[in-house]
Design a protein around this ligand. Sequence first.
Ligand code: A2P
Length: 266
Amino acid sequence: MSEAAVKVNPNAPTEEEVLSVQHYTDRLFKFRITRPPAFRFRSGEFVMIGLPGPKGKPILRAYSIASPSWDDTLEFFSIKVPDGPLTSMLCDIKPGDKVLLGKKPTGTLVHDALLPGKRLYMFSTGTGIAPFASVMRDPETYERFDQVILTHTCREVSELEYGKELEDGLKDDPLVGDMAPAKFVRYATCTREDYPFTGRITDLITSGKIFDDLGVPPLDPENDRVMICGSMDMIKDTKELCEKAGLEEGSNASPSTFVVERAFVG
Ligand code: A2P
């Protein structure tokens, strides 16, 4: 075939280099890859990530980008599904390996989809914390809100480690280190082991315990804005509680008082 006949797909994923990998539990790990200069995204968005498949056809899955939009490199937080076509291979990546990065980040857990408010809640379970790892490290978050509350609920205590690391890192963060510590609160709860705070986020909202623990009033559509990311069931149940409190679901086209996205598994 002549060179002129080779068709280049402008939307084909790019090959990026793995810069670091950190395993938290036998189910959870984070990794960092190079960011192409032309790759633009808004903090909180997701993108397709993958590896070449056995027959040369790439295996791609949606992943929330965990690093903020200003970062030079891209971070991801992943679950390992033993039979998962992608994650069972992805969990073995090492620095220097290549992964595929899609070209079209998108998503609704973004500031553009929320109206201005006083307090931002980011309700997450499991790997649903990933988009909020991005939003909580974005200066815009602290410019827009007086208080920023990240809740993270996991089955086991060890699964909360990534969130703790993120919180600990805020004070030294080059861009949000000045603003974030005074505004940011992490509320971590565990459902299947002992921990200072226990229980599902839905139960803690229903009982009002989370608001008592944080010393804030219950959810209200005037002051509160909410982003939700977790399993389908968690989203459904948390969304119902937001609606009961008078909040309405927003989107990029029609910003409102809460937004949702499911945590992806591959
Ligand atoms: P639980 O241990 O009571 O099932 P998973 O790993 O299954 O996605 O769960 C992550 C966390 O989300 C767990 O702590 C789990 O609690 C919690 N969870 C599961 N389903 C819901 C739901 N419908 N609403 C709120 N939290 C949920």
